[in-house]
Each structure stands twice: as structure tokens, then as C-alpha cells.
Design a protein around this ligand. Structure first.
Ligand code: HEC
Ligand code: HEC
Ligand code: HEC
Ligand code: HEC
Ligand code: HEC
Ligand code: HEC
Ligand code: HEC
Ligand code: HEC
Ligand code: HEC
Ligand code: HEC
Length: 338
């Protein structure tokens, strides 16, 4: 009798349960099918904007390649079931806890709180090695622009994808030219100082991004430059400096950074050194063979050095510093003067 009662009760209980919660956890798949195992507990009441991911490309429901919570954070069974190891007090961590710029957010209850408005910071408490954090991302994003990720400076120096990318918010700062440099400057203080100088590429103005010249995911050439060489990288925007010229100036075809600092300078035109000193690093002050009016010649007999030290110095006369296109083969044209 008692046995039957018990069975009946448990059966009724089961039916009641079914009625209370609609069958199938799928109803709780807030963002994607399969999310429910996590979104059962994690929702928008938390400080962390978990559901923001639904507004990103990682929330494209129609795309079968779209990741669910577990594609990135791992199955995390012990975390889900709260299976503590012996003596463990806290809930076990998920398999992969990223350590992105948003870690340690203030409470969602802070007035006007918006994760997007927080300045990015580098976390001091990287728990897992970068390789472990990057593995799930690379499973889906190995190719394309990341073909040279392995062995790149960022990979070998343990920078994680999540150091730059914020995947739970709609606006991923690092992919927007206007906000990108803030992310890079978390780690690159020297470049931050340089781009505030008088002459600089319009980076903080949002017109040129670090990623116009660098591919932070790795490249075949040096310094993560988007093209194999410095000159080719610069030519992508300054085509006119490629020529073709009839008379080339050798350092220009070698490497623009011999004379220019691409990030910024206190000298006009991003120059590293002011002419005439810039030029005299290579050209002897006595390089003028002829008797150029206003210039000291090889014998030091001419009137003075006004042309060299005043105004635009050497550029007073050598105006075609990146290459001359005058077809006449005379001293005038050879010497990059027009
Ligand atoms: C039964 C409730 C529950 C479920 C289910 C659950 N979590 Fe959690 N999760 C928590 C709690 C509670 C915390 C906060 C623990 C803490 O602060 O130590 C947490 C913390 C986390 C954290 C932050 C860990 C840290 O150290 O910063 C991540 C990431 C996370 N959960 C991801 C997931 C994912 C992914 C899933 C699904 C696979 C999941 N959770 C399922 C309750 C749950
Ligand atoms: C594309 C990979 C990816 C997917 C998918 C993903 N996450 Fe995350 N998650 C991250 C990264 C990276 C972080 C680190 C924080 C950041 O964005 O800066 C994070 C952070 C978190 C945190 C905060 C941890 C902390 O330190 O406070 C929680 C909680 C969390 N995720 C839960 C979830 C849940 C729940 C889902 C499914 C709805 C999910 N995540 C889907 C990559 C992912
Ligand atoms: C299960 C596969 C999968 C995983 C895991 C994954 N992604 Fe994605 N990711 C995608 C897909 C699919 C897209 C959609 C864009 C596309 O067509 O490639 C995408 C898009 C992106 C984009 C571009 C978003 C846009 O708006 O264009 C970024 C950035 C990105 N993922 C970063 C990451 C990072 C960082 C991780 C690891 C924390 C990660 N992804 C993990 C599949 C994945
Ligand atoms: C040093 C910062 C940085 C790191 C580290 C980084 N990214 Fe990116 N990522 C960027 C920037 C900047 C862009 C935008 C590039 C552009 O506009 O050309 C981008 C764009 C992307 C995109 C979308 C466009 C594309 O190139 O397909 C994906 C996907 C992506 N990153 C995935 C990853 C993955 C996966 C990792 C880790 C293996 C990673 N990123 C590491 C800075 C970074
Ligand atoms: C989490 C820190 C971190 C962030 C964020 C970061 N970097 Fe780096 N980056 C490094 C480290 C570490 C190196 C190794 C050299 C060094 O210590 O400066 C490096 C090196 C470089 C180099 C030189 C590569 C070489 O081969 O010498 C370039 C270029 C570069 N980063 C560009 C960027 C750009 C662009 C961004 C933003 C899209 C960025 N970095 C964001 C940490 C970071
Ligand atoms: C106009 C192109 C251009 C832009 C924009 C640019 N860089 Fe560079 N960057 C270069 C070139 C060229 C080099 C290599 C020559 C050099 O070091 O001066 C370089 C070198 C670097 C290095 C390595 C320096 C070293 O001493 O090894 C870092 C780090 C770097 N850039 C970061 C950044 C960051 C961060 C941004 C965005 C704020 C940025 N760059 C924007 C062209 C650019
Ligand atoms: C993404 C396009 C782009 C690339 C790539 C690029 N530049 Fe520029 N550059 C610009 C823009 C935009 C300006 C500003 C023009 C203006 O203000 O009229 C500029 C201005 C300059 C100036 C003049 C600065 C001043 O103070 O007036 C110099 C010099 C220069 N760039 C050199 C370089 C060098 C060297 C490289 C390669 C390392 C390079 N640029 C790559 C877009 C680019
Ligand atoms: C031998 C030194 C030197 C080298 C190498 C050099 N430049 Fe210049 N560049 C200058 C000088 C000097 C000026 C200032 C010209 C003036 O005041 O008329 C200048 C000015 C510029 C300007 C701004 C004014 C203008 O003419 O548009 C740009 C852009 C520029 N250079 C791009 C480049 C690029 C791209 C390269 C590499 C392909 C390069 N430079 C290599 C010396 C050099
Ligand atoms: C990194 C070294 C270097 C710097 C800096 C440099 N040059 Fe040159 N310059 C050369 C070389 C090498 C040649 C080719 C010499 C030759 O063919 O005999 C050359 C050629 C010239 C010529 C043409 C000479 C001829 O008869 O063909 C002139 C004019 C000239 N440079 C002026 C300048 C001026 C002005 C500056 C400063 C804005 C400058 N150079 C900066 C290395 C440099
Ligand atoms: C007042 C105009 C003027 C100024 C200023 C000037 N040059 Fe010249 N430069 C010339 C003329 C004209 C020639 C051609 C002379 C010849 O071939 O006999 C020349 C030729 C050259 C040559 C080719 C070698 C030669 O002797 O033919 C070099 C290199 C050169 N100048 C470098 C410089 C440098 C470096 C400066 C700055 C320190 C400078 N010049 C300033 C007018 C000037």
C-alpha cells in the first residue's frame, strides 16, 4: 500500500513538474540552440553582458558554423553540475575562462552601466596559458588573415585573441578604426606617445587605423606589416611615391622609415631628423662638387651656407626628394631638383 502510494505520488510529482516547466530545455536557448545548459543560470541580470553576443556575428542563428557557449568555454560539466572536488568550496570554473579586457566588470546595477563604455585594460590575472585560450578560436578562424598567426610576434609573446577582441559586446573596439588604437595602446605605450606629436598619421582622428599598416594576426614580412616590405605598405596609400621616376633616390626605394617615423614626429612631414642633418647622415657636407651659388663647395671657398641652413635647407633646391622625372639627363634633373 505505502509502496503504491509512493509510486503514485512520485508519478503525480513528475506530471506536476512537466506542467510547471514546458517540456524540452530548448525553450531556454536564449541565443542559440544548445545555449540553455548555460543560460539557465547566466542571463542579463548579471554584470557580464552575456547576451550581447546575440547581436554579433557569433549570434547568427541561421549559420550552422555559429559557436554556442560551449564551443568557446568548453563543455564545462563540472561547472554546470557544481561537482566540487574534495575540499573545494567554490563552484568549479568552466573549462575555459577567458581573460579579456572586460574581466572584473562592475555590477550591472551601476547607473547607466554599459560594458561598451569601459576603457580596455590588460588583465593582470591571466589564469590559463594563451595557447589554451586561443585554441577554440583557431578551430574556426585558422585561415584567411590568420594564416601567419603561428610564429607571429603576438603568438610567440603569448597575446590572446581575447586580449584584443571583445566577443560579448556588439561593438568590438579593436575592429573599429576610431577605437582600435586604444586597444593597441594598452600594451604599446611608445607608439601612443608618438602619435600625439605634431606630425602624425590621422590615427586618433579615426582616418587611418593601425591595421591599415599592420596585420596583428601575423604576416610573412617584418613588423607585422600588411605588405612584405615597408615601401609596399606605404605605397598602398602614397602611390605617387613609387613613381616611376627617371631618377630614383636610393633610400626612398629602400625603406621610407630611413627618413620618416610612421607613427609620429615633432618635425613636420613625420621626419626623423631635420634637414640638413637628415641629409648629411649620408651626404658629406662637401658633396657639392660644383660651384652652387650660395653654397659652400668642396673647397670651402664659396660665400656661405645660407641656402643650407635656412628655410627648407637642402629642400630649398632639391625639391623632388622622392624621385625626379625630368627627362633631360643633366645635373639639374639628376640632382632631384625638378
Ligand atoms: C547551475 C548554474 C550555472 C550553470 C548551469 C552555469 N554556470 Fe557559469 N557560473 C555560475 C555561477 C554561480 C558563477 C559564479 C561563480 C563565481 O563567481 O565563482 C559562474 C561563473 C561563470 C564564469 C566566470 C568564471 C570566472 O572565474 O570568472 C563563466 C565564464 C561561466 N560561468 C560560464 C558558463 C558556461 C559557458 C556555462 C555552460 C556550459 C555555465 N557557466 C553554466 C553558475 C552556473
Ligand atoms: C566566441 C567565443 C565565445 C562564445 C560563443 C561565448 N563566450 Fe563567453 N566569453 C568569451 C570570451 C573571450 C570572454 C572574455 C571576456 C571578454 O569578452 O572580454 C567571455 C566571458 C564570459 C563570461 C564572463 C567571465 C568573467 O570573467 O566575468 C561569462 C559569464 C560568459 N562568457 C558566459 C558565456 C555564455 C553563457 C555563453 C553562451 C550564451 C558564452 N559565454 C558564449 C568567449 C565566448
Ligand atoms: C564554432 C566556430 C567559432 C568559434 C569557436 C569562434 N568563432 Fe568567431 N566566428 C565564427 C563565425 C561562423 C563567424 C561569422 C563570420 C564569418 O563568416 O567568418 C565568426 C566571426 C568572428 C569575428 C568577426 C565578427 C564580425 O562581425 O565580422 C571575430 C572578430 C571572431 N569571430 C573572433 C573570434 C574569437 C576571438 C573567438 C574565440 C574566443 C572565436 N571567434 C571563436 C565562428 C567561430
Ligand atoms: C593584437 C590585437 C589582435 C589580436 C591578438 C587578435 N586580433 Fe583579430 N583582429 C584585430 C584587428 C585590429 C582586426 C580588424 C582587422 C581589419 O580591420 O583589417 C581583427 C579582425 C579579426 C576578425 C574579423 C576579420 C577577419 O580578419 O577575418 C577575426 C575573425 C579575428 N580578428 C579573429 C582573431 C582570432 C581568432 C585571434 C586569435 C588567434 C585574433 N583575432 C587575435 C586584432 C587582433
Ligand atoms: C596584450 C598586449 C598587446 C596588445 C593589446 C597589442 N600588442 Fe602588439 N605586441 C605585444 C607584444 C608583447 C609584442 C612583442 C614586442 C614588444 O614587447 O613590444 C608586440 C609587438 C607588436 C609589433 C611588432 C612586431 C614585430 O615583429 O616586431 C607590432 C607591429 C604590434 N605589436 C602591433 C600591434 C597592434 C596594431 C595592436 C592593436 C591592434 C597591438 N599590437 C596590440 C603585445 C600587445
Ligand atoms: C602608416 C603606417 C603605420 C601605421 C598607421 C602604424 N604603424 Fe606601426 N609601424 C609601421 C612601420 C613601417 C613599422 C616598422 C618600422 C619602424 O619601426 O618604424 C612599424 C612598427 C611598429 C611597431 C614595432 C616597433 C619596434 O620598434 O619594433 C609597433 C609596436 C607598432 N608599429 C605599433 C603600431 C600601433 C599600435 C599602431 C596604431 C596606433 C601603428 N603601429 C600604426 C607603420 C605603421
Ligand atoms: C591607409 C593609408 C596610408 C598608409 C598605408 C600610409 N599613409 Fe601616410 N598618410 C595617410 C594620410 C591619410 C595622411 C594625411 C594626409 C593629410 O593630412 O592630408 C598621411 C600623411 C603622411 C605624411 C605627411 C605627414 C604630415 O605631417 O603632413 C607622411 C610623411 C606619410 N604619410 C608617410 C607615410 C609612410 C612613410 C608610410 C608607410 C610606413 C605611410 N605614410 C603609409 C595615409 C596613409
Ligand atoms: C631620404 C629621405 C626620405 C625618404 C627615404 C622618404 N622620404 Fe618622404 N619626405 C622626405 C622629406 C625631406 C619630405 C618633406 C618634403 C618637403 O618638405 O617638400 C618628405 C615628405 C613626404 C610626404 C609628405 C609630403 C608629400 O610629398 O606628399 C609623404 C607622404 C612622404 N614623404 C612619403 C614617403 C614615402 C611613402 C616614402 C617611401 C616610399 C618616403 N617618403 C621616403 C624625405 C624622405
Ligand atoms: C640613407 C642615406 C641617405 C639619406 C638620408 C639621403 N640620401 Fe640622398 N642619396 C643617397 C644615395 C645612396 C644616393 C645615390 C648616390 C649615387 O648614386 O651616387 C643619393 C642621391 C642623392 C642625390 C642625387 C645625386 C646624383 O647625382 O644622383 C641628391 C640630390 C640627394 N641624394 C639629396 C639628398 C637630400 C637633399 C637628402 C635629405 C632630404 C638626402 N639626399 C638624404 C643616400 C641618402
Ligand atoms: C642653393 C641650392 C642648393 C642647396 C641649398 C643644396 N643643393 Fe645640393 N645641389 C645643388 C645643385 C645646383 C646641384 C647640382 C650641382 C652639380 O651637379 O654640379 C646639387 C647637387 C647635389 C648632389 C649631387 C652630387 C653633386 O655634387 O653633384 C647632392 C648629393 C646634393 N646636392 C646634396 C645636397 C644636400 C645634402 C644639401 C643640404 C645639406 C644640398 N644639396 C643643398 C643645389 C643645392
Amino acid at each position: 500500500m505505502t509502496e503504491i502510494r509512493q509510486r503514485l505520488l512520485s508519478c503525480l510529482g513528475f506530471i506536476a513538474l512537466l506542467l510547471a516547466s514546458p517540456p524540452g530545455l530548448a525553450a531556454d536557448d536564449v541565443v542559440l540552440k544548445g545555449d540553455a545548459v548555460c543560460t539557465e543560470c547566466h542571463d542579463e541580470s548579471e554584470a557580464y553582458p552575456v547576451f550581447g553576443i546575440g547581436k554579433t556575428r557569433h549570434g547568427t542563428v541561421a549559420d550552422a558554423r555559429t559557436p554556442t557557449c560551449t564551443s568557446c568555454h568548453g563543455e564545462s560539466t563540472r561547472h554546470v553540475k557544481n561537482q566540487k572536488a574534495e575540499g573545494q568550496k567554490e563552484r568549479p570554473k568552466p573549462d575555459i575562462v577567458f581573460d579579456g579586457p572586460l574581466r572584473g566588470l562592475p555590477s550591472a546595477r551601476v547607473k547607466n552601466f554599459a560594458a561598451e563604455n569601459l576603457a580596455p585594460v590588460v588583465s593582470k590575472r591571466m589564469i590559463l596559458p594563451a595557447q589554451t585560450l586561443n585554441a577554440p578560436c583557431l578551430k574556426c578562424h585558422q585561415g584567411d588573415k590568420r594564416i601567419h598567426w603561428q610564429g607571429s610576434m603576438h603568438e610567440t609573446r603569448d597575446v590572446a585573441c581575447s586580449n584584443c577582441h571583445q566577443v560579448h559586446v556588439q561593438h568590438d573596439r579593436v575592429r573599429d578604426r576610431v577605437t582600435q588604437s586604444e586597444v593597441c595602446f594598452m600594451c604599446h605605450k611608445e607608439q601612443r606617445a608618438q602619435i600625439t606629436r605634431m606630425s602624425h598619421h590621422p590615427i586618433t582622428e579615426g582616418k587611418v587605423g593601425c591595421s591599415d599598416c599592420h596585420n596583428p594576426h601575423g604576416t610573412a614580412g617584418v613588423k607585422l606589416l600588411v605588405r612584405d616590405t615597408v615601401v609596399d605598405t606605404c605605397y598602398t596609400c602614397h602611390m605617387e611615391k613609387r613613381g616611376p621616376f627617371i631618377f630614383n633616390h636610393q633610400p626612398v626605394t629602400d625603406d621610407c622609415t630611413i627618413c620618416h617615423n610612421p607613427h609620429g614626429s615633432s618635425i613636420a612631414n613625420l621626419l626623423k631628423t631635420r634637414p640638413p642633418f637628415l641629409c648629411q647622415q649620408c651626404h658629406e657636407p662637401t658633396s657639392h662638387r660644383g660651384n652652387v651659388p650660395g653654397l659652400l663647395n668642396g673647397l670651402g671657398t664659396n660665400a656661405g651656407t645660407r641656402g643650407i641652413t635656412q628655410g627648407r635647407a637642402c629642400l630649398n633646391c632639391h625639391t623632388q626628394i622622392h624621385g625626379g622625372s625630368n627627362p633631360t639627363n643633366n645635373a639639374e634633373s639628376r640632382s632631384l631638383r625638378r
